[in-house]
Design a protein around this ligand. Structure first.
Ligand code: HPA
Ligand code: ZN
Length: 338
């Protein structure tokens, strides 16, 4: 089954670039930039990755991101992710980045974007992995700060497909960013938002009704609201679910208690993603392995999840179709070999 999970063509749609910073690279960039880290060693960094909730993770995640300063740093970070993605047969990725985490430290928006973008283009030619960028606003900061970030992004619309919302969810409802998202959509950006990870179903409703999102990031708390499940189903709104993240941040007690299988069985368009793989113990393949084992998923479930990852993407229709056919071909040839 592992070869099946590894080799089936798949996409990742919920991946924070800053969350791919493995301790080894964190230390090497820190040394190059003369920055001291709050960890003594690579090993003690990994040992510190014990979280009780979203905020306890975010504190460490922002501390790690402080080492990133130059275009080269952002390039190396992005490149390292694509090397991993290629080994797991990721064919398409939609990557979140948090410009405010960097511009608030005096790093130019362009430094961040250029470094990332160079690696995206290289990944397309080197690995054949296509990609899109999604700019996330930090929701613990003000709507005005988000608007100022959007004004920058408007100059680079050819490189950014959508805007999203991440960071501390509780106390920062989607409604806080309605005006920002209105302006983003008027300028042609698609929209997504983290909602219903720790926050209540009401935040998912707000993301749909006020921010007019195309997808919900996480969204696992939707099952608490039957009308909401019906709405997500009716409008085919995808949920980008991140199982290992949910366990690490104590959204569920264990993988066996995760509601992914229930979401699938309700016919929702759920996808499997790694969120912040350097911090949560695995990339897409490890997430698939965890749910396959923990929830006893069938091969048909896995195929559905892989297909959903393309259906839910922001790729053009013809590319989606081509990838779906690739999955069918893969499944047929894999069955022959067995
Ligand atoms: N939730 C909210 N904000 C985040 C996350 C997450 O899972 N990862 C990185 N920023
Ligand atoms: Zn996330």
């Amino acid at each position: 089954m592992n070869a099946f999970l590894r080799d089936i063509p798949k996409a990742e749609l919920h991946l924070h670039l800053e969350g791919t910073l493995e301790p080894e690279l964190m230390f090497s960039i820190a040394q190059r930039n003369g920055i001291s880290l709050p960890f003594e060693s690579i090993e003690s960094a990994r040992n510190a990755y014990q979280f009780t909730d979203l905020q306890s993770f975010l504190d460490i995640y922002y501390a790690g991101a402080n080492v990133l300063q130059t275009e080269r740093d952002f390039y190396e970070l992005t490149r390292a992710y694509f090397q991993k993605a290629a080994r797991q047969n990721l064919r398409h990725v939609e990557i979140f980045f948090d410009p405010q985490t960097h511009t608030d430290r005096g790093i130019e928006f362009e430094t961040v974007l250029n470094g990332i973008y160079y690696a995206l283009k290289e990944a397309k030619s080197e690995f054949g992995i296509s990609s899109k960028l999604i700019l996330c606003f930090l929701r613990h900061l003000s709507a005005d700060a988000a608007m100022a970030t959007l004004e920058k992004a408007i100059f680079y619309q050819d490189k950014i497909v959508a805007v999203g919302l991440d960071s501390s969810e509780i106390g920062h409802p989607p409604a806080k960013f309605k005006t920002v998202f209105d302006r983003a959509r008027q300028n042609g950006f698609l929209t997504v938002a983290h909602a219903g990870e720790e926050g209540p179903p009401e935040y998912i409703w707000q993301a749909l009704e006020l921010l007019k999102v195309s997808r919900i990031d996480h969204g696992v708390r939707c099952l608490e609201d039957e009308k909401l499940v019906e709405r997500l189903h009716r409008d085919r709104i995808p949920l980008t679910v991140c199982p290992l993240s949910n366990i690490k941040l104590c959204v569920f007690d264990s993988i066996e208690k995760h509601n992914l299988k229930q979401l699938l069985d309700r016919g929702l368009c759920v996808t499997i993603n790694s969120d912040d793989p350097a911090y949560f113990g695995g990339y897409v393949l490890e997430n698939l392995e965890a749910v396959q084992t923990g929830l006893n998923l069938s091969r048909q479930d896995i195929v559905q999840l892989a297909k959903n990852s393309f259906t839910a993407s922001f790729l053009p229709e013809d590319s989606k179709q081509a990838y779906l056919e690739e999955i069918d071909d893969f499944v047929a040839s894999f069955s022959e070999v067995e």
